[in-house]
Design a protein around this ligand. Structure first.
Ligand code: NAD
Length: 355
């Protein structure tokens, strides 16, 4: 029997509650698909700072790199907001991504038919939306040098090297090959030299993927097109800051932040996590929606472990749960038959995993 080693980083706020439900579902699917998980917990965020004085202890990096994949909840909260920047939970997370070399952030934005009314857009515009945003995660303006500030001036630098663009472009094209075979690369090449390099290199890489159609779009137009006609997109490939903004916009097409998963992958390891934060306002109440985390666990099965059949089973169980009308409070007003707790939704999904 195959044994997978998974590092669990529960983090702060609702993190522990939602990770526990994902583990419940993972164990249910493993027992049916003939593999087994060994979990090892590691600390990150405010809880890590409280215990060790560091929001990212070295042990967490070591454990993560020795595992097959990392499943992560969320970090942060008002308790740690006044710490010096390098001690804050968010700094730990940025450092974690950099240390693990997870350069590609994959964010699917899929509209569930059952929740079509949860979107702020008209049903005819969003029905059938299925987008994968591929965002470069450890380069660009968030990391570029020089950066700094005085009382009079602040500055950051958007830098991309050819190698950074090549590797993220390959990710996008390989993902598109498994989908509808279309990549739209988003940049600001009409104004930024760094974007012109991005556009040229993505075009060069595309020659290796003749089965995938490549188009380019300026980021301001992309922001507009996402709400005007989101179905035109299959894979959206973009740099760090543009991807940060566009992936939030794309996710909101789907209605609730509690539904959407993500993966951050590199050469060595992948980190699978919901797109939302630690939701301190509802932590400990048992009302958080665990679906984004369970869907992240499904992405882990699919992309990190190659357990495609198991991932399909989890996705089907999530869909069935929603179509039967089971909802957490955040979705209560959208055709709910029964409003359930975090743990009840986890159990329903686990029970709906089919042989
Ligand atoms: P948030 O995503 O935590 O919450 C925004 C709103 O969405 C809140 O009202 C919250 O209750 C709700 N929400 C989020 N997830 C939900 C879920 N699963 N079910 C139901 N409702 C849900 O964003 P925020 O309030 O801006 O940030 C809170 C903390 O999280 C901050 O400290 C922030 O830095 C941190 N954060 C962490 C991550 C991460 O760990 N990857 C990402 C974003 C924010």
């Amino acid at each position: 029997m195959k044994n997978y080693k998974i590092t669990l980083i529960k983090g702060d706020g609702i993190g522990p509650e939602i990770i526990d439900e994902a583990v419940k579902v993972l164990d249910a699917v493993a027992s049916l698909c003939d593999f087994h998980f060994n979990y090892d917990e590691a600390l990150m965020g405010g809880v890590a700072y409280d215990i060790t004085g560091d929001p990212l202890p070295q042990e967490t990096i070591t454990k993560s790199l020795q595992s097959d994949a990392v499943l992560f909840g969320a970090i942060g909260g008002p308790k740690w907001d006044d710490l010096p920047r390098e001690k804050r939970p968010e700094s730990g997370l940025l450092r974690f991504r950099k240390e693990l070399g997870v350069y590609a952030n994959l964010r699917p934005a899929v509209v569930y038919d059952e929740l079509i009314n949860a979107s702020s857009l008209k049903p005819e515009i969003i029905k059938g939306v299925d987008i994968m945003v591929v965002r470069e995660l450890i380069g660009g303006i968030y990391f570029g040098e020089p950066k700094g500030r005085t009382d009079e001036k602040g500055w950051n630098t958007m830098v991309y090297t050819r190698d950074e663009i090549v590797r993220i472009a390959h990710q996008a094209f390989r993902i598109a090959q498994k989908r509808d075979k279309r990549v739209c690369s988003i940049d600001k090449a009409n104004v930024l030299d760094v974007s012109q390099l991005w556009r040229d290199v993505v075009t060069e890489v595309s020659a290796e993927y003749p089965d995938v159609e490549l188009t380019h779009m300026y980021v301001d137009n992309a922001a507009m097109q996402l709400v005007l006609n989101p179905k035109q997109f299959d894979v959206m490939l973009t740099g760090n800051i543009f991807g940060d903004i566009l992936s939030d916009e794309a996710s909101m097409l789907c209605g609730s932040i509690g539904l959407l998963p993500s993966a951050s992958v590199g050469e060595k390891i992948g980190v699978y996590e919901p797109i939302h934060g630690s939701a301190p306002d509802i932590a400990g109440q048992g009302i958080a929606n665990p679906i984004a985390t369970i869907a992240s666990a499904s992405m882990m099965l699919r992309y990190a472990l190659g357990e495609v059949e198991a991932a399909d089973k989890v996705d089907a169980a999530i869909k069935k749960t929603l179509s039967e009308g089971y909802r957490t409070g955040d979705l209560a007003q959208f055709d709910a038959k029964e409003v359930c707790s975090t743990s009840e939704i986890g159990s329903i999904i686990a029970n709906y995993i089919e042989k």
